[in-house]
Design a protein around this ligand. Sequence first.
Ligand SMILES: Cc1ncc(COP(=O)(O)O)c(C=O)c1O
Length: 465
Amino acid sequence: MTPRDHTQLLQALAQAYAQHAPRSAALNRRAQQVMVDGGSHSLRLIHPFPPRLVEARGACIRDADGHEILDFWQGHHANILGHNPPVVVEALHQAFTTGQGLLTGFTDELQIEVAELLCRQTGAERVRFTTSGSLATMYAILLARAFTGRERVLKVGGGWHGAHPWGLVAVHMAPGSQPWGVESEGIPAAVVGEVVATCFNDPEALERDFREHGDRLACFIVEPFLGAGGFILATPEYLRTARALADRYGVVLIFDEVISGFRFRAGDLGTLYGVRPDLATFAKIIGGGLPVAAVAGRNDIMRLCGREGGSRVAFSGGTYSALPAALLAARAMLTYLVAHEAEIYPALGRLGAQMRRIMAEALAAEGLGPVRCTGEGNAVVAHSAFALPHFLARDDVALLRPEDVLDPGRCDVRLRDQALHLALLLEDVHAVHGGGAVSTAHTPADLARLDEACRRAARRIKPYL
Ligand SMILES: Cc1ncc(COP(=O)(O)O)c(C=O)c1O
């Protein structure tokens, strides 16, 4: 398929949106005076301007123009219980009124409790906290490089591990003959040269890459559920092959569970596959809405960042690591998920399946088809809350790896990522990249609203195709 030009469609949507949200438009003009693009984090800075939030509760946010926006982004997918869930807010409220919460520069029993919870639920031997998923994956890579004494980092093309030099390579497809690009200027060429990109869900490609680079590889870092790369679960065979190859070549296997941790069960996703990584990284959900991230895993690797391992890796965690307020939120969130695991995950799975069906059917029925959603479970992962619709070039396009969903020749990426996102926002539905996930705060009535919003959005889009 030759990629369609959506310039006119996007202009029309932007115009309609400026009329729909004049107060947010005005705030955006003010924001742009003092912040590049009017804010921080590019995914929040929707073009032509983002809704400016006033309040967030449960499944919805309210913006400065008074719209009740149904939100399937839910804090970068951190808010599995919806916005500002009482179980976390009450714990924080109590703490702040009794003189706890802010940074003290001391350590406490709370930190031990959260570490114990994480180790118990993920099978890790030891854990260290930091403040973001990016830092967690960077520290995990440093640990792997120190442990093995090797340089190279194998990652999945299309995998996103956050903003650090090794993570900013091979995320988006590059135009031309090179499949993957470098995401940012300023990255040392030596680092770019150390990153090898492999193909997701392709055990044979993985074997080839280990054969070629195995004795120089420090680690293979992989998301068991690919987030930014298209909401795709790893196949069981792929992760089992990764484990076997890492063992054969003495490579540290890192599961980046920043998105998947506590999303499919009250613990790591690797457990559902029966595959234990050497290290795993967690963030998002575990913080309960505040910045908590962690590296967790084998003691003989983790100890390299402490006195007992010669402090060979400078993984201190940072000034705000293990911030008491954040750990209070983490404890409240994790305790709740563990206690309610049996109800929460099957319920999310049922609503997630409904969301995938509704989006695909509604968009196709209004003439944008063929449409198929990724995000579904597999033989070992029964419940998935995720849904991402793809506008397929042909009915038979496979959606197994990032190359499938990010290639404009196979799926109309701009139609989903930009046009559908904005057209849904005009219906007061927020779906970053055109999709998202349900939280426990979403209800069947919200999905009926999504159904109607998809149909109206498609009718708005259709005349421009
Ligand atoms: C799989 C994965 N790893 C790492 C990161 C980076 O986490 P953070 O944004 O907390 O730095 C993200 C963020 O979206 C992610 O999805």
